[in-house]
Each structure stands twice: as structure tokens, then as C-alpha cells.
Design a binder for this molecule. Structure first.
Ligand SMILES: NC(=O)c1ccc[n+]([C@@H]2O[C@H](COP(=O)([O-])OP(=O)(O)OC[C@H]3O[C@@H](n4cnc5c(N)ncnc54)[C@H](OP(=O)(O)O)[C@@H]3O)[C@@H](O)[C@H]2O)c1
Length: 345
């Protein structure tokens, strides 16, 4: 198999805050569907197709699988077999912050945990460095300085080029950035959840990031597959909501939710787009959002997502119609609460 030579022609690249890094407007995350329980052939085909479409950014974390760690192992294997010689064309990220190994040092935000976890991630992927190392979630029981110094250390050790934070609220973000700036750590990115079904990033976070010149890559822009045509008529076999280890639950798909989806699907159809494409265009309407970080279970979904870039403009009327379909409650009501202990992200 050869790599597409025109792979950079179709993708749009957006600056990550006020850094030197450009990110593809659509990036691929390996939280689900790249673990040891999943099809290695499909995983490989998805990474290859993504790269062929100009997706240069792949997002991982220590615990992605299941089994935890297996997404990094599989991704490392795909890199060696299929993308050898292309490392300098890739932005690869990983994270530490959720439970990864037993005992008191395998979770949260201590220096002990974070630096050991990065070493493990590098071993699993067989990489010398990652491009971005994130603290995956704030840890209220560890001094923020300790977690930020661990991020700083990862760069000083040559094991990460840049650092980021994920799921930090606006105040935590400002405090983290202050420390990292004092240390002169190359912090360039924040990774919050953001979609039509979870608009909390609009309550101050996007403003802080714009103000501070930090890039924003939004995860679950499709609300884990809800914001597609997949669940309009039930829960299809093999979908995330049908899987025991999936972080989306069948009871997230209520009748009210389905009614919203039908209206949103109609708005998308009027634009000649799939609902997934409308959902991606909607998050990318903010200049601060550098990239929409999607997941996928098959190659066709990546094609569909990237084709959103053919029509990103949304009129005021369309935005009003979308707000109307969502109703006033969406700003505070996520599709699915972060499942601590269930399938941590
Ligand atoms: N920082 C954090 O705390 C955190 C948390 C969560 C995720 N993330 C990152 O964000 C990435 C994306 O998260 P996510 O997987 O929840 O994103 P998502 O894009 O909201 O959902 C992905 C799922 O949507 C479905 N899908 C995707 N494209 C589709 C299409 N065109 N048509 C129909 N269905 C489509 C697939 O579901 P099926 O599998 O049902 O086919 C796919 O698995 C993760 O891989 C991870 O890298 C980070």
C-alpha cells in the first residue's frame, strides 16, 4: 500500500493558539476502537486513511483500550509498519491523569505518576518522544505546581515537545497557565469536551483560551456518535451505545434526545450535509477551536467527517435554528456525564 501524495491538498490546517504548530481541522482520537478487543485490520485501515486525508494529528492516552495501554501499543505497531519514515509529519499526543496501574502511584496528578506514565507510553508506542503530553484532568488533591512541574520536566527530559491540559475549568486553566508561563514551559493546547450537546466550554473557557493564546482541540464533537444519523431509529448492533465497554449508555438516547436529533438531521440535510458534518462545522465555527477531535469505528466515518470541511460556514439563521432545536437546557446538560470509574477518558 502506498501513501497518498496529495494528502495535504484537501485538509485545512489551523494554528494552535499563538504557537508555531498547525493542526488539521479534523484530528483522530484512539480512545475507542483501537484496543486489544478491536479489529487490528480496521484500526490500521483507519489510521492509514486518516493520514491519506491529511490528518496529521493522532490523540492517545495511557489508558486507551481496552485493555488500558493497548491503543498505544497498536498505534505504535501501525506507525512502524505503515507510517515508518513519516514521524516528522505527525503530531502524536498522549496523556496521564486517569487510573492506569494499581496502588497509590497509578492515578491523578503526582510527579511520580505522570513521569512514570509518560515513560510507559513511550515504551508502548516505541517512540522517543511525543509531540504533546497532557495532564488528562485536574487533581484537586495534588498541588497544581507539582503537576505542572511534571509537565515541564517531560519537556526538559526531551520526552515531549509541548504540553497541554485537559478538562481544566477556566479558573484552573488560568492558574495552570500562570505556572507554566513562569517555568517557560511550551504549553500550547487545552482539550475540553465540546459539542452541541455539551456547551460548557462556552461558559468562559473559550474566552480564557483566546485571551491567553492557547489552542483548543475539542473532544467528542459528535457526542460519542449521538450527533450522527446512527441513533435516529434505535441502537444499531456494534455501535458504541450497544457495547459493554462503550462510554455511551443506551439510556442516553431518550425520546427527547431523538426528537432533537431528528430536527438537527433535517437542518444538516438542508445544507446537503450529514449530521456528523454539521456537528463538526458547528464546533469549528469558533476561531479559537483549532481542531475537532473525532473518534471513528470505520474508515467511512473518517471520510464523512473530513468532508465537513467542504462547507464550514453557518448562517445566523442556521445557528438560530440549531439553538432552537437544542433548547435552552443544553448549556448545562452534557449528553453523558464523565464516567468516573466506568470508562474513564
Ligand atoms: N481529554 C479527555 O478527557 C477525552 C475524553 C474523551 C475523548 N477524548 C479524545 O477525543 C477523541 C474522540 O472522542 P469520541 O470518540 O467520543 O468522539 P466523537 O467523534 O464524538 O464520537 C466518535 C464516535 O462517533 C461515531 N461516528 C464518528 N463519525 C461518524 C459518522 N461520520 N457517522 C456516524 N457515526 C460516526 C462512531 O461511533 P460508533 O463507534 O458507534 O460507530 C465513533 O466511534 C477520543 O478518541 C480521544 O482521543 C478525550
Amino acid at each position: 500500500m502506498t501513501i497518498e501524495t496529495n494528502r495535504y491538498d484537501r485538509m485545512t490546517y489551523r494554528r494552535c493558539g499563538r504557537s508555531g504548530v498547525l493542526l488539521p481541522a479534523v484530528s483522530l482520537g484512539l480512545w475507542h476502537n483501537f484496543g486489544s478487543v478491536d479489529s487490528p485490520d480496521e484500526a490500521r485501515a483507519m489510521v492509514r486513511r486518516a493520514f491519506d486525508l491529511g490528518i496529521t494529528h493522532f490523540d492517545l492516552a495511557n489508558n486507551y483500550g481496552p485493555e488500558p495501554g493497548s491503543a498505544e501499543e497498536n498505534f505504535g505497531r501501525i506507525l512502524r509498519h505503515d507510517l515508518a519514515g513519516h514521524r516528522d509529519e505527525l503530531i502524536i499526543s498522549t496523556k496521564a491523569g486517569w487510573r492506569m496501574w494499581p496502588g497509590p502511584y497509578g492515578d491523578h496528578g503526582s510527579r511520580k505518576y505522570m513521569l512514570a506514565s509518560l515513560d510507559q507510553s513511550l515504551r508502548r508506542m516505541q517512540l522517543e518522544y511525543v509531540d504533546i503530553f497532557y495532564h488528562h484532568r485536574p487533581d484537586p488533591d495534588t498541588p497544581l505546581e507539582e503537576s505542572m512541574l511534571a509537565l515541564d520536566q517531560s519537556v526538559r527530559q526531551g520526552k515531549a515537545l509541548y504540553v497541554g491540559i485537559s478538562a481544566y475549568d477556566p479558573d484552573e486553566t488560568r492558574a495552570a497557565l500562570k505556572i507554566l508561563r513562569e517555568l517557560r514551559t511550551p504549553v500550547i493546547i487545552h482539550q475540553p469536551r465540546y459539542s452541541m450537546f455539551d456547551r460548557r466550554a462556552e461558559d468562559g473557557l473559550l474566552e480564557v483560551l483566546a485571551d491567553e493564546g492557547i489552542g483548543c482541540i475539542v473532544f467528542s464533537p459528535l457526542a460519542q456518535g449521538l450527533l450522527t444519523d446512527k441513533y435516529l431509529r434505535g441502537i444499531p448492533e456494534g455501535s458504541r451505545a450497544s457495547k459493554e465497554h462503550g462510554a455511551l449508555r443506551p439510556d442516553d438516547i431518550t425520546e427527547d434526545r431523538r426528537a432533537q436529533l431528528l430536527r438537527l438531521n433535517e437542518i444538516a440535510a438542508n445544507r446537503g450535509q450529514s449530521l456528523a458534518q454539521l456537528a463538526i462545522a458547528w464546533v469549528l465555527r469558533h476561531e479559537t477551536v483549532s481542531s475537532a477531535l473525532i473518534g471513528a469505528s470505520r474508515v467511512a466515518q473518517i471520510d464523512d467527517g473530513v468532508a465537513a470541511l467542504d462547507n464550514l460556514s453557518l448562517s445566523d439563521d442556521e445557528l438560530r435554528e440549531i439553538d432552537d432545536a437544542l433548547g435552552a437546557t443544553e448549556r448545562s446538560a452534557p449528553a453523558s456525564p464523565r464516567g468516573i470509574g466506568r470508562n474513564p477518558t
